[in-house]
Design a protein around this ligand. Structure first.
Ligand SMILES: [Zn+2]
Length: 213
């Protein structure tokens, strides 16, 4: 069974997901920890739950999702995977991190560039990838259809959607990603977004003001 804990970090209130199986094999998705006390919070949770961190992944390369990449990669000596089309988004962060109030930001080097046909496996967990551009040009979601889990990053939120006005974003593309990809998942699939509370595909199909069917 897949377990998911959430820590919310940085002034953007970004959700960092700690995803693990029954044996404690763990994947960290979008670590947004920047300050030392935030890093400590993540370390404490992993120690308390007795998890073994095996992999670091990003849904996309925006600053609030990547602030903790270097820390996680160095602390746990784990490989770091990103989607090949969002590497440029991630590389751009170093150029604006100082202006956003994160002068200590250090970029992590990816160990593997993911393709949409790849699967990500950690312990007994297996995730398929969905390429869902529109908020970021190389945005992906991590999907487990058996346990009905969708780590959606900043594409779909409870009653909202990601901003399409950032570099590489496009509103039409974003809505198409949601309707033609995420909405094909079963209605009771739980969506774990990059910001705010969890939701379900069925709820958003009915109630989302931007993309309800
Ligand atoms: Zn974003």
């Amino acid at each position: 069974m897949i377990h998911i804990d959430t820590l919310t970090f940085n002034p953007f209130q970004e959700n960092t997901y700690i995803v693990y199986d029954d044996a404690g094999a763990c994947m960290i998705v979008d670590p947004g920890c920047y300050e030392a006390y935030e890093q400590q919070e993540l370390v404490d949770l992993i120690a308390k739950k007795n998890l073994t961190v095996k992999l670091l992944v990003n849904t996309h390369g925006h600053i609030d999702h990547v602030l903790g990449n270097y820390f996680v990669k160095e602390t746990y000596k784990v490989p770091f995977y990103v989607y090949y089309q969002d590497v440029a988004t991630m590389h751009a962060v170093a150029s604006y991190a100082g202006n956003y109030g994160f002068p200590k930001y250090t970029a992590a080097t990816p160990d593997k560039l993911l393709q949409e046909t790849d699967t990500v496996e950690v312990g007994t967990m297996k995730f398929d990838l969905l390429f869902v551009p529109g908020h970021a040009p190389g945005h992906i979601a991590f999907i487990n259809t058996k346990e009905k889990i969708c780590l959606s990053g900043d594409v779909l939120f409870r009653k909202s959607v990601g901003r399409p006005d950032l570099p590489g974003g496009n509103e039409e593309t974003l809505i198409r990603s949601i309707k033609e990809k995420l909405f094909l998942l079963e209605d009771d699939t739980v969506v774990y977004p990059g910001h705010g509370p969890t939701t379900t595909i069925g709820f958003e199909k009915k109630h989302n003001p931007y993309c309800a069917l």
